[in-house]
Design a protein around this ligand. Structure first.
Ligand code: PAF
Length: 313
């Protein structure tokens, strides 16, 4: 049985803890989360435990990545069960998470934080060129909020390596650019999306879905896989490039083939894996991220946006 993680609530506690690791020449891996932990988070934590002397997890529902009309208040906050999940999953293994950073909003935003961007004061970080399209089209302040809080967290934890899941493909590109452009001394590792048995990408927002909608939502990934097989077939037949429209229309017709679903496809794009520019053609070797956001009915009324993607090589 390994020790339970230390709960650190302030920036200064994390800095003291980190200084000791540095003095001991021990490496630190970091998994930033907004809580509501699921198996996807646990796979990032497992990778960090395997690759570093110590692992820090942060649990912080970051207000600046929510617009005033979004689900900040409703976002699941499940600290007790998150802590239990970490202990249940890792206490019996050879290494547990060393520390969990659970800051208050005032700790992370000393100048305060207004969700209305036009009223915000203080320092914010924007990663231009990769934040405006795809998710950024529907959620214009989202990546500014993510880049801002991740900058703060990396500045406090100073990990050797930070871990993210491929499910949030655009977030991964934004963070890689943030780290490169702001000269942050951390490796960014992206690990494959963890999926439910039916293929639905794991997400904290799946908690909003009825069993029936969860079942139907498996079509999101099945459609992407369909597109992937069209692309792979074309490449294996010797195509030097494949038109994105061929892949995307195949996926769309797969989605439309289920006339009983009232899902709304908000976007479906083939983007360059590093710049996120729209691709007219996909060149084998360069590849593409084919990503989508689909609005599905939320249990009890309203809608939830589910995102997913597949990497074409
Ligand atoms: O992916 C998430 O959970 C969040 O966007 C992150 C990276 C923890 C920043 O709040």
């Amino acid at each position: 049985m390994t020790a339970s993680p230390q709960i650190l609530r302030t920036v200064s506690q994390v800095r003291q803890w980190r200084l000791q690791r540095l003095l001991n020449r021990e490496t630190v891996g970091f998994v930033p989360t907004m809580g509501a932990l699921h198996a996807g988070h646990c796979s990032l934590i497992s990778a960090s435990l395997a690759e570093n002397d110590h692992t820090v997890v942060s649990i912080f529902v970051n207000p600046s990545q929510f617009a005033p009309h979004e689900d900040l208040d409703a976002y699941p906050r499940t600290l007790e069960s998150d802590l239990d999940k970490i202990n249940t999953n890792f206490q019996a293994t050879s290494k547990n998470v060393s520390a969990i950073f659970v800051p208050k909003v005032s700790e992370m935003y000393p100048s305060g934080i207004n969700l209305d961007v036009s009223k915000q004061k203080g320092a914010f970080v924007s990663v231009l060129g990769v934040s405006e399209q795809l998710e950024g089209g529907a959620r214009p302040q989202f990546f500014r909020g993510v880049a801002t809080v991740v900058s703060k967290l990396l500045n406090v934890v100073t990990p050797e390596t930070v871990y993210f899941g491929q499910k949030d493909a655009q977030q991964c590109v934004v963070i890689k650019n943030l780290v490169k452009d702001m000269l942050i001394n951390t490796n960014v590792k992206v690990l494959p999306t963890l999926r439910e048995q039916n293929g639905l990408a794991m997400s904290s927002r799946n908690a909003y879905l009825s069993t029936e909608v969860k079942d139907k939502s498996s079509m999101i990934f099945k459609g992407l896989e369909h597109g992937e097989s069209i692309y792979n077939k074309s490449v294996s037949e010797g195509s030097k490039e494949v038109k994105s429209s061929v892949v995307l229309s195949d996926i769309l017709s797969f989605y439309k083939s289920d006339s009983t679903s009232n899902f709304i496809v908000e976007y479906l794009n083939a983007s360059h894996p590093e710049t996120l520019e729209d691709l007219e053609t996909i060149v084998p070797g360069v590849g593409a991220i084919v990503s989508t956001a689909v609005r599905v009915p939320r249990e009890g009324g309203g809608e939830t946006r589910l995102i997913d993607n597949i990497i074409l090589k």
